[in-house]
Design a protein around this ligand. Structure first.
Ligand code: FAD
Length: 304
């Protein structure tokens, strides 16, 4: 194979845009860790930082408090996740209005997992939104939010076919979503296949790949199984025999995620979303490799 010196990932990457996902902290210690990560990553001027919404709305107050603090203390635009599981429309609408009143203008709108957990049968709340498409329409009725939705390059566990996922994505766009972030995956072929199918179906919005640096292989493998993402044999092999060697695991995690991100960029992707797990180091290193730099030390700047 001929050596290709024109790799986009080596060109300085001024047009690469990133976004970062965090979860709301449960304890004071976790809050300190989260803010250390936000403070470290903010100077890279992400397009947005999103804060997840715990299963069944369990982090409702904490998600709100975290996005409100991002609005107050940084120049980054936060995106607040929201699910419609186990809540009435009136309760969800109150959360949406609360986000707006706190200065949040971007919602990641999701149906959420069934109350019984992934794999159980989903049942909408009797007075609630039926699913993500319905939720998007509800958000739009409350205020003019920017809306991001999910996409599943390897199929959502409840979908019979990948086409069903593409149809679900199309329905969410028709309801008013302006971008999708994907479930994490490790084989980029899944992502490119899904984007091709979505484009053929008339989906024109950005479909941003979600990348998870493997902070803990066993945990990631178990989460992947529930989320319907495959762990390729080569990935398992890379972490084999390293259970008692955290330093090597970290080096491998950084190289795996960097390899994936660089390959996406080499193949024309310019927007990347990182599942940070509230830890900055691996994500910061990968962004640095992609050419992202802080404009000035300790500046909490936002993307233009
Ligand atoms: P949906 O878009 O609602 O789709 C689920 C499946 O249902 C589809 O694949 C399709 O098979 C079917 N379906 C839905 N609508 C239609 C339709 N109109 N036509 C045909 N079929 C349809 N969970 C949380 O609890 N909190 C979070 O903060 C959170 N953040 C996430 C962020 C991202 C980027 C991703 C990818 C997932 C996130 N999740 C979160 C997980 C998500 O809630 C679960 O995967 C849930 O089971 C599905 O919700 P959804 O909105 O992603 O899926």
């Amino acid at each position: 194979m001929a050596y290709d010196p024109t790799r986009a990932s080596r060109s300085g990457a001024s047009d690469i845009k990133v976004s970062f996902e965090f979860f709301p902290p449960r304890t004071t210690e976790m809050e300190t860790q989260l803010w250390e990560a936000i403070t470290r990553l903010a100077p890279l001027r992400p397009k947005f930082m999103s804060i997840t919404y715990g299963a069944g709305g369990s982090t409702r107050e904490r998600t709100h408090a975290t996005v409100a603090r991002i609005v107050k203390e940084t120049l980054i635009r936060p995106a607040a996740h929201l699910t419609c599981v186990a809540a009435s429309r009136a309760e969800i609408d109150a959360v949406i209005r609360g986000y707006w009143n706190a200065g949040v203008r971007h919602i990641v709108a999701l149906r959420g997992d069934p109350v019984g957990g992934p794999g159980a049968r989903y049942e909408a709340h009797p007075e609630g939104y039926a699913g993500s498409t319905d939720l998007i329409a509800g958000i739009r009725r409350v205020a003019d939010f920017d809306i991001t939705v999910s996409a599943y390059p390897e199929r959502h566990p409840e979908s019979a076919t990948l086409d069903q996922d593409v149809d679900a994505l199309k329905a969410k766009i028709d309801a008013g979503a302006s971008r999708a972030v994907t479930q994490f995956f490790f084989d980029n072929a899944h992502y490119f296949r899904f984007v091709e199918k979505a484009r053929a179906r008339g989906v024109a919005i950005p479909i941003i790949p979600g990348i998870v640096p493997v902070q803990n292989f066993k945990q990631t493998a178990s989460f992947a199984q529930r989320a319907g993402a495959t762990i390729p044999a080569w990935l398992a092999r890379r972490f084999e025999g390293l259970d008692d060697d955290p330093a090597t695991r970290r080096l491998i995690a950084a190289s795996v995620a960097a390899e994936q991100a660089l390959d996406l960029v080499d193949n024309g992707v310019s927007d990347l979303h990182f599942y940070t797990m509230n830890k900055a180091d691996l994500v910061f290193a990968i962004c640095h490799m992609l050419g992202l730099r802080a404009p000035a030390p300790a500046t909490m700047g936002a993307a233009a």
